[in-house]
Design a protein around this ligand. Structure first.
Ligand SMILES: Cc1cc2nc3c(=O)[nH]c(=O)nc-3n(C[C@H](O)[C@H](O)[C@H](O)COP(=O)(O)OP(=O)(O)OC[C@H]3O[C@@H](n4cnc5c(N)ncnc54)[C@H](O)[C@@H]3O)c2cc1C
Length: 529
């Protein structure tokens, strides 16, 4: 069963070695274990539903609680401190695609707002009810998870959009195919959610972002069905898929999606390299992409992320490796680089050799498959670390952007520094780690994770978070970076969107949303007010 107030399934844990708490306390100060709200106290806060009976709508308090919030830091605070102010009045579970337009009609007849819900893994407030006085229906796509067709001449698959990552890959891989879309939230996030929030998987360098993979499909809107036919390419005016990508549930429910899939690769491997400094690492990574070396994944951690990764891994060989690295001159400024190669044996061998050659030219030390393999093994389990840390009194949040290479090194320093500065002003310590997560020939995405102490007073915690997140977001905008490379806008990034899109751009977004949803029935309060 899924946790109602944390990440993932209740049976899955990510324990940390005791030694790592010593390390965290040196970085954050003494940690205090705090009491969280009980499920019973939360359930007693769920009010009576305002919706009339419908056979596909569940109005039980626990179902409504479990769909009330996503995975952002404010969501965790709300759930663990009994601070959820608004719950959906019911959760609809359409059993067939045809149920979706009927549910939209029902919602329209009862003046109800509708929140499309995939896996609920949003980290920016995408699926939270908005207080505008109307009843709220969350529409879960959970039951619509089937592969409906596979064109193995064109390598196109047709899926119901509620399919989660593991369900999608299982159905494809049985047929010898893969989508290769692996966001870290893969275990629970869905195809519809990926499209609606413009998701990016960890191997997007090889498989493409969701906008490359989404070829067409069906969207049920309050004004009827929008069909997006599939073409390999088209010059027939603006591409309507672009209105659906990143629409964050505001124009309709994506019920079916045709996606571009690939035959399963013959082989895949992940490898590690240490660089003596960030500058050498980022120069190597840029060179790999600008020389078009066919890799599938690239990730360069800054020195503090490198140190933290090694310590938290708790592996017995780390001490030995650390001493060895220091002996040969890879000291406190060392940066860990992990890369992946995916494809035929011959091609992956050539790619690996080319990457190693470039890394060596930038003083990188190739350490083989051990570190890469450890990353691969923990790639979808590492979000469970958040539960462990929370219980020990540590809050954690992430933020991300993408920028041209000319800005990457400076912004990678200044974004984390802006968070540290704000924490220092309030007399707190914060552990801020950064890596380049998705790499392009013209730039990279910078992904920052920050850990800080929980406070007894949840408002104080939110204030602290808001100050740090705000400072980093302003720094991102100062550099001209996008407010999100992959997490989307939701409510948390909404204030920063007009600076990026411009007033005319925002007007255009509002206008096309209104075309599909003139009454503003779908997911109000997200993307724009
Ligand atoms: C631990 C963790 C790791 C993450 N890692 C990544 C990552 O590596 N890459 C990345 O891109 N993101 C990542 N995310 C963010 C999140 O997983 C993505 O935004 C994901 O795309 C959301 O998918 P979902 O199915 O959970 O959507 P939800 O959270 O349920 O919804 C997100 C938005 O999409 C809309 N929506 C959902 N389904 C539909 C539909 N069928 N039709 C219309 N609108 C719909 C919702 O209304 C909402 O606005 C991570 C989140 C967590 C918690």
């Amino acid at each position: 069963m899924k946790r109602w107030n944390g990440w993932g399934n209740t049976e899955t844990h990510y324990p940390l070695p005791d030694s790592s708490f010593g390390f965290l306390q040196t970085k954050l100060g003494p940690l205090t274990i705090l009491q969280d709200s009980s499920l019973d106290s939360m359930l007693s806060a769920v009010p009576k539903s305002r919706l009339p009976f419908h056979p596909l709508i569940d109005t039980k308090p626990e179902t409504r609680l479990r769909h009330a919030r996503g995975q952002s830091l404010p969501d965790w605070v709300a759930l663990n401190h009994c601070r959820v102010e608004l719950f959906p009045d019911g959760v609809a579970f359409p059993q067939r695609v045809d149920d979706v337009p009927k549910l939209l009609k029902f919602a329209g007849e009862h003046g109800t707002r509708v929140i499309p819900y995939g896996g609920g893994t949003s980290v920016v407030g995408h699926i939270n009810p908005f207080p505008d006085g109307h009843p709220i229906l969350t529409l879960s796509m959970e039951k619509l998870n089937q592969l409906k067709g596979l064109d193995n001449v064109s390598n196109l698959a047709d899926f119901e959009a509620g399919v989660t990552g593991p369900e999608l890959e299982a159905q494809l891989q049985k047929n010898g195919y893969t989508l290769g879309h692996y966001p870290q939230s893969f275990e629970f996030s869905t195809l519809g959610g990926w499209i609606a929030s413009r998701s990016s998987g960890q191997q997007s360098y090889h498989y493409g972002r969701i906008e490359d993979q989404f070829a067409g499909g069906q969207i049920e809107t309050p004004q009827g069905r929008l069909d997006l036919p599939v073409f390999p390419a088209s010059a027939s005016g603006p591409d309507l898929r672009e209105m659906v990508l990143g629409s964050e549930g505001r124009i309709g429910i994506i019920t079916r999606a045709q996606i571009r899939v690939k035959p399963l690769p013959e082989t895949e491997g992940f490898y590690g390299v240490f660089f003596p400094s960030w500058e050498q690492g980022s120069a190597a990574v840029r060179s790999i992409t600008q020389n078009n070396i066919p890799v599938s994944m690239l990730r360069l951690s800054n020195p503090i992320e490198t140190e933290t990764t090694l310590i938290l891994s708790g592996k017995s060989w780390i001490d030995l490796a650390d001493r060895g690295l220091r002996l040969i001159g890879y000291g406190d400024e060392r940066c860990l680089f992990i890369f992946g190669v995916t494809g035929s044996s011959a091609q992956t061998k050539l790619s690996r050799q080319a990457v190693v050659r470039i890394c060596r030219a930038h003083k990188g030390l190739f350490v083989g498959a051990v570190v890469g393999h450890a990353w691969e093994k923990s790639r979808f389990i590492s979000p469970y670390l958040r539960n462990t840390l929370w219980k020990k009194g540590v809050a954690i949040d992430t933020l991300e952007t993408a920028l041209p290479w000319s800005q990457v090194n400076a912004a990678s320093q200044d974004i984390p520094e802006s968070i540290v500065k704000v924490a220092r002003q309030s007399g707190e310590q914060v552990l801020v780690m950064t890596h380049l997560s998705h790499i392009y020939p013209d730039g990279a995405s910078i992904y920052t994770t920050y850990l800080f102490r929980r406070t007894v007073d949840p408002d104080e915690l939110l204030e602290r978070w808001s100050a740090m997140k705000g400072a980093a977001s302003c720094e991102i905008q100062k550099y001209g970076g996008t407010i999100s490379h992959q997490h989307g806008v939701g409510t948390d990034h909404k204030p920063y969107l007009p600076a990026e899109k411009g007033l005319l751009g925002m007007e255009a977004i509002r206008a096309f949303t209104k075309t599909f949803d003139p009454e503003g029935m779908l997911n109000p309060g997200k993307l724009f007010d």
